[in-house]
Design a protein. Structure first.
Lengths: 306, 235
């Protein structure tokens, strides 16, 4: 069902917009009055809730009134809600969002800035905008155990090129035919592995294989909260083989005032992939913390005391 | 039709007949894990089935237990065994041995039970001791049913060993799982054909073994060879 044009909602949005605009004009008075209401949504997975909470709480700290629509659904649900103005902002991922809005045209690449610029060219006509991408990234990544890392002194994927012949790669069975997996490692980095073991992507098979030593390098997600407890280290994708799925807020142009943009850009400048791993592990791991508490703690660490 | 032609081409490609992912290597893996499972299963199942059939006691219990065993889904068992034993051949072996046991217990029990009581008494009357009677009279008469149990187990195990690929094992299942993941449906189909062919080859070759093992006298007696115990789903 397509979102319909609702006059009432449109007027409300317009009123909010005027309100935001006037609030911006008089920023600096530091009064307790709200600068306007913003609705922050998230996808249906924990990391998205955490990011939505971080953005939302930072904006609240700045004086906005925030309504949350967490776990709203997949991008197929969230994106139309943004276009229709039911929500104002969601934490996106540059490459995946680009490929969503361009209907899978394959324009994304490993450069976060270029990918976001492309994304913005598609968002423009929809009345949306993506801000500056964060360094924090949730994408396919290749990990080794800390023992392997120490043994060969590894930090980035290029380090694997000279020793690939001694190592076994583990990933999903589709890896030998996917350009972002084995063929990409061979072409972009010149890594020729000794063997390939068909397992899964960051699932129980890969974890078991790392544990019993039957693989040396495995495919994982870069922000997986279990990486630290499993003793795995992600190798830096220094030649940008993987698409840049950097965290980037996507919002309605109407909501993207200078002040909102400044607040969100300041967050993205501080957020790192290591932060994501920690935040995810706090929510999904044995601590089972709530996304709002985790987000609050992160903000406090970065001097957004409430 | 083009699909079938693709499958034929897949088999014709010499690259698919060598290396660690080639058909010969996958065949060795598949046969090895299946043979090990059936052998271990037979070592457990046959003594139990034969002893129970010979003494005629606890038969219902044994058959009921092995029927419960048959209700265990191999995939479920495989996943549980993977959680317990981790990656490797052991979880696959556990799941396949559990699959192999029930038909062999039931069939060997029924085979021994069905030996004509008159024949037993005649053997006893001729002065056979118990063990000799079992080995020289009862077992040869029970061979067709015992072998049918082994055959059923082996065919089921060969077909199910395909699951090994789900937990990173080898065998022909590799082609099915990899073909699916890579959206290479020719490879997937070729894998399915190979599994089916190996299962049929297992059935035929074990029938041959059975024919060699059945004593000549019984062969003459039961010209239309004895069927499997009717309590079985045949593979």
């Amino acid at each position: 069902m397509n979102p319909r044009f609702v006059p009432g909602r449109f007027l409300a949005a317009l009123a909010a917009l005027v309100f935001v605009a006037t609030a911006c004009g008089s920023s600096g008075n530091g009064g307790p009055t709200s600068k306007g209401t913003l609705t922050v949504a998230g996808f249906n997975f924990p990391e998205s809730s955490i990011l939505a909470e971080i953005y939302g709480q930072a904006l609240a700290h700045d004086g906005y009134t925030i309504t949350y629509k967490l776990l709203l659904g997949t991008r197929e649900v969230v994106a139309p809600a943004l276009e229709s103005g039911q929500i104002d902002l969601y934490p996106g991922y540059a490459a995946t969002d680009l490929e969503f809005y361009n209907k899978g045209a394959g324009e994304a690449n490993g450069d976060a800035a270029a990918t976001t610029a492309k994304l913005n060219s598609h968002l423009q006509a929809l009345g949306l905008t993506a801000l500056t991408p964060s360094a924090a990234v949730d994408q396919n990544a290749f990990a080794v155990t800390t023992d392997t890392q120490k043994k060969y002194n590894l930090t980035k994927l290029s380090d694997l090129a000279p020793i690939g012949g001694q190592l076994t790669l583990g990933a999903g069975p589709e890896c030998p035919t996917r350009p972002f997996c084995q063929p990409g490692l061979q072409k972009t980095y010149g890594i020729n592995f000794k063997a390939f073991k068909p397992l899964d992507t960051d699932g129980p098979l890969t974890r078991a294989a790392f544990k019993n030593g039957s693989i040396d390098v495995g495919l994982v997600f870069s922000s997986d909260g279990d990486l630290n407890s499993l003793g795995l280290v992600v190798l830096q994708d220094d030649k940008h083989l993987e698409n840049a799925d950097n965290v980037v807020p996507i919002l309605r142009q109407a909501a993207a005032s200078t002040e909102v943009t400044t607040v969100l850009n300041a967050i993205d400048a501080k957020l790192t992939t290591a932060d994501l791993v920690t935040l995810n592990s706090q929510v999904s791991g044995s601590q089972h913390m709530d996304p709002d508490a985790v987000a609050k703690a992160w903000l406090q660490q970065h001097n957004y005391s409430s | 039709m083009t699909h079938l032609a693709n499958v034929v081409q897949w088999f014709a490609n010499p690259a698919h007949w060598s290396g660690p992912d080639g058909i010969p290597q996958r065949l060795v893996e598949h046969v090895q894990i299946s043979a090990e499972s059936v052998a271990i299963g037979a070592l457990i199942a046959l003594p139990i089935g034969i002893a129970l059939g010979h003494y005629g006691r606890f038969g219902n219990l044994a058959i009921n237990i092995s029927n419960v065993g048959r209700a265990l889904p191999s995939f479920g068992l495989l996943v549980i065994a993977f959680q317990v034993f981790g990656l490797g051949n052991l979880p696959i072996l556990v799941a396949l041995v559990a699959l192999a046991i029930p038909p062999m217990v039931t069939n060997s029990y029924v085979g021994l039970r069905e030996v004509d009581p008159d024949v037993r008494e005649a053997a006893r009357g001729m002065g056979y001791r118990e063990l000799t009677q079992l080995l020289r009279v009862e077992l040869p008469l029970a061979v067709p049913l015992v072998m049918a149990g082994i055959r059923t187990s082996a065919v089921q195990v060969v077909a199910t060993a395909t699951l090994a690929a789900l937990i990173a094992g080898g065998g022909f299942g590799r082609y099915v799982i990899d073909g699916f993941a890579q959206q290479d449906y020719t490879k997937l189909f070729a894998g399915a054909v190979l599994v089916a062919a190996l299962a049929m080859a297992t059935e035929l070759s074990l029938s041959g073994v059975e024919r060699l093992l059945v004593p000549r006298g019984i062969r003459l007696l039961q010209a239309p060879s004895a069927g499997r115990a009717t309590t079985f789903k045949t593979a």
